[in-house]
Design a protein around this ligand. Structure first.
Ligand code: NAD
Ligand code: UDP
Length: 336
C-alpha cells in the first residue's frame, strides 16, 4: 500500500514510518515541522537504509494535501498530526480546535476529493475521561475533561458520522494509552521542547543530570503505593498496532468506523517506573512526592482484548524494555 503519514516526523509517526516501511509499504511523510525536526527524517532513512519522502506542509492546506494524495497514489492515511499538550490546550483552546479538529476536517475533504477512503486516526485514552471501571474497554462511556481531549472526541464523532453517511469509508480510531520508549537503534525517540510534561522523558532527563529530581504528583492515591498508575506502552509495539489496523481495514471486516485500545493491559505506578528506569540505566533517579497534579486520575489501564481478537495485535515489550530504550535514546540525544 501507499500510505501517507500526517505528523509523520513526530514521535509516534516516525516509529510507525519505520514499522510500515519495513513491512513493505511505501510511506510518505507529511508534516509542518511545528513539533519535529527535519533531521528525524534522515535518521529514519538511516534505520531503513533508504530515504523517505517528506512533504513539508500543514494538514489545513487543502491544495498541497490533495497534490500529495494524488502524486503518490495514496491508498490510506495515518493521521498523527495534531497538538497534544493538555495544559497548552486549556490556555489556547481555539488553537487546539483549529489545528486538531479543523485540520482533520480539511484532511477528510481532501481524501474525499481524491477518492482515498481508508484512515487510521491517533486517538487517546483521554476520551474515556474519569474511569468508571477498570480495565477500560472500548464500550466505556466517553467524555472529555480538557480541550485536547474534547478535540479528540469531536474528531472521533466526526469520523463515526462520516462512516455512517458513506459505506465506502474504512476508519480505525486507535486509542493510545501512555506511549513511551524509543526505537531500538537509539536513533529516534521522544524529544520534547523545554521541560517535559510527561513522566518518562522527565525521568530520563533526571538520570542524565539535566534535572535535579522527579516531582511525583501525589502519593496518596488509592493505588498499591499511593502514586498514579498508568498503562505504559512501548512505542515500537504501538507502531506495529498501526500496521495491524491497516491490515484489518483492508479486510472484509474493515468497512465502517472502529475504535481500538492500544495498551498493554498492565498498570505501573510512578514509583515502579522510576525503579525500572534506575535498573535500566544504572543511574540514581532522585524524586520527591509533591501535591497531586490537577486533572490526573488515580489509575488508568486498558483492556486490549478487542485489538487482540480483531487486529491480531498484542503488546510484546515490557516496562524494562521501555526504560532501556528510552535511556539509549536519551544518551544519543545528549550527543546531538
Ligand atoms: P508529536 O508532536 O511528536 O507529533 C505530531 C506531529 O504532527 C509533529 O511532527 C508536528 O510537527 C505535526 N503537526 C502538528 N500539527 C500539524 C499540522 N497542522 N499539519 C501538519 N503537521 C502537523 O506527537 P506524538 O506524540 O507523535 O503524537 C502523535 C499523535 O498521537 C497526536 O495526534 C497525539 O495527540 C496522539 N497521541 C499521543 C500520545 C502521546 O502520549 N504521545 C498519546 C495519545 C495520543
Ligand atoms: N507524573 C509525575 N511527575 C511528572 C510527570 C508525570 O508524577 O513529572 C505522573 C502523573 O501524575 C501520572 C503519570 O506520571 O500519574 C503519567 O503522567 P504523564 O503526564 O506521563 O501521562 P498522562 O497519563 O497524564 O497522560
Amino acid at each position: 500500500m501507499n500510505i501517507l503519514l500526517t505528523g509523520g516526523s513526530g514521535y509516534i509517526g516516525s516509529h510507525a514510518a519505520v514499522a510500515l516501511a519495513q513491512a513493505g509499504h511505501k510511506v510518505v511523510l507529511y508534516d509542518n515541522l511545528s513539533n519535529s525536526q527535519l533531521d528525524v527524517v534522515s535518521r529514519v532513512g538511516r534505520i531503513l537504509g533508504y530515504p523517505l519522502v517528506l512533504i513539508e506542509g500543514d494538514v489545513r492546506a487543502p491544495d498541497l494535501l490533495g497534490q500529495a494524495l494524488r502524486e503518490h497514489s495514496i491508498d490510506a492515511v495515518v493521521h498523527f498530526a495534531g497538538l497534544k499538550a493538555v495544559g497548552e490546550s486549556v490556555a489556547q483552546p481555539l488553537t487546539y480546535y483549529d489545528n486538531n479538529v479543523t485540520g482533520t476536517q480539511c484532511l477528510l475533504r481532501a481524501m474525499h476529493r481524491c477518492g482515498v477512503r481508508t484512515l487510521v486516526f491517533s486517538s487517546s485514552a483521554t476520551v474515556y475521561g474519569e474511569p468508571r471501571y477498570l480495565p477500560l474497554d472500548e464500550r466505556h462511556p466517553t467524555s472529555a475533561v480538557n480541550p485536547y481531549g474534547r478535540s479528540k472526541l469531536h474528531i472521533e464523532e466526526m469520523l463515526s458520522d462520516l462512516a455512517l453517511s458513506d459505506a465506502s469509508w474504512r476508519i480505525a480510531c486507535l486509542r493510545y494509552f501512555n506511549p513511551v520508549g524509543a526505537h531500538e537503534s537509539g536513533l529516534i525517540g521522544e524529544d520534547p521542547n523545554g521541560i517535559p510534561n510527561n513522566l518518562m522523558p522527565y525521568i530520563a532527563q533526571v538520570a542524565t543530570g539535566r534535572r535535579d529530581r522527579v516531582s511525583v504528583f501525589g502519593g496518596d492515591y488509592e493505588t498499591p503505593d499511593g502514586t498514579g498508575v498508568r498503562d505504559y506502552i512501548h512505542v515500537t509495539d504501538l507502531a506495529h498496532g498501526h500496521l495491524a489496523a491497516l491490515n484489518f481495514l483492508a479486510s472484509a471486516s474493515g468497512v465502517g468506523w472502529h475504535a481500538f485500545n492500544l495498551g498493554t493491559g498492565k498498570g505501573h505506578s510512578v514509583l515502579e517506573v522510576i525503579q525500572a528506569f534506575e535498573r535500566a540505566s544504572g543511574m540514581k533517579v532522585p524524586y520527591e512526592i509533591v501535591a497531586r497534579r490537577a486533572g490526573d486520575v488515580a489509575s488508568s489501564y486498558a483492556s486490549s482484548d478487542k485489538a487482540r481478537h480483531m487486529l491480531g495485535w498484542q503488546a510484546k515489550l515490557g516496562l524494562d524494555e521501555m526504560c532501556a530504550s528510552a535511556w539509549r535514546w536519551q544518551r544519543y540525544c545528549a550527543q546531538l
